[in-house]
Structure formats: C-alpha cells, structure tokens
Design a protein around this ligand. Structure first.
Ligand code: COA
Length: 160
C-alpha cells in the first residue's frame, strides 16, 4: 500500500527550509502533498494561489510531490486525501512545544493519522517566512534561503 503524507503550513512564502523538509519527506514516503492553509488567523502577504504557485515551481523537480491547499481541520483534509501521515519540520527546541501539542491534539482527533517530525538542516534553523519578508522589505540579503521564484516574487511584491 502506498503511503501518502501531507506537509501542511502557511508557506507565506515557501523557503529553502521548507523545501529541505519536503524533499526529505519525499525520499521516505510514496507521495507527499505540500498543502497551503487557506484560512489562517495569520494575515498573509501572498494569496493562496501565489503561495501555491511558488511552491509548485520550487518543488517541480520532485516527482512525488504535489502542491495543494486546504481549509478547515487538517485531519479532515488528510482523510479526504487518503493520507495517514502528517509531516512537520523542527528547526529548534523552541518549535517543539507547539508542534508536540499540535501532534497530540491531531492524534486525539484522528488516532489513525501519524505525525512525523523531520529535523531541518542547521543552516536553515533560523529561517522563518516572516523574518524573510521583514529582512527583504528593509533591503537585507535573503537570496541564500529562498528559491529564485520566491526571490523574484518578493521583489515584485515590495516594489508595489
Ligand atoms: N523552514 C523554514 N521555516 C519554517 C520551517 C522550516 N523547516 N518550519 C516552520 N517554519 C516557520 C514558518 O515559516 C512559519 O513562520 P512564520 O510564522 O514566520 O510565517 C512558522 O514556522 C510556522 O509556520 P507553519 O509551519 O506554516 O505552521 P503554522 O503554524 O502557520 O500552521 C498548520 C500550522 C497549518 C499545520 C496548522 O495551523 C493547522 O493544521 N491548521 C488547520 C486547522 C487545524 O487542523 N487545527 C488543529 C491543529 S491541532
């Protein structure tokens, strides 16, 4: 039986840190769906379709990854997609508490769905989407931590 995993997140925008996690997940699971959360309490910089388009381009080289979006509960989405694995990346101990709580809550709601944590490459351990947006908006250099498509979309966005 093929194992399908969902890698959910805001991806506003996708970074090399996210890409690293998605690639590693794709090396382990048969299919990985990188899925962009539609309704979040977070105010987003890029629209869902922009976030999906950037992720699609940045991950186009990995054959068993597809990019999608979802709203509502993650476990309901995973069930609809026949995915029984949730992927989350861990950058530092500070991520752990939040991730641990979320994994336990998801397990309570859906005991048949397993959360797998993948540890990031240390070179991306300090990267987050909001820090990238902020640094870029003040003219800082972020080229090494985002894919080229994201870099050009950030340029377009902050020119407006
Ligand atoms: N590399 C770079 N950045 C990373 C990263 C990595 N490997 N892993 C996490 N991050 C950053 C993100 O860039 C983001 O940064 P930001 O806050 O500056 O934008 C931050 O860590 C966390 O973002 P993300 O991974 O997108 O998680 P989230 O907290 O925005 O969303 C969901 C998490 C989508 C999984 C969760 O909200 C969810 O499932 N929502 C659906 C509703 C639901 O089911 N709720 C019940 C859950 S128990």
């Amino acid at each position: 039986m093929k194992v399908r995993a969902v890698y959910p997140g805001s991806f506003d925008p996708i970074t090399n840190g996210h890409i690293y996690i998605a690639e590693r997940a794709a090396a382990v699971f048969d299919e990985v769906i990188v899925s962009v959360l539609v309704n979040s309490n977070k105010k987003s910089t890029f629209s869902v379709s922009e976030r999906c388009a950037m992720a699609r381009e940045a991950l186009g080289h990995v054959k068993n990854i597809k990019v999608d979006n979802f709203n509502g509960l993650l476990i309901d989405y995973a069930r609809r997609e026949n995915a029984n694995v949730i992927i989350r990346g861990l950058r530092a101990m500070s991520d752990f508490e939040y991730e641990f709580q979320m994994a336990l809550m998801n397990r309570k709601l859906a005991p048949d769905i397993e959360t797998f944590f993948i540890v990031t490459d240390p070179k991306y351990s300090y990267v987050s989407s909001s820090s990238i947006r902020e640094i870029f908006s003040f003219g800082g250099s972020i080229e090494e931590v985002v894919p080229p498509i994201v870099y050009s979309k950030l340029q377009e966005h902050f020119k407006k």
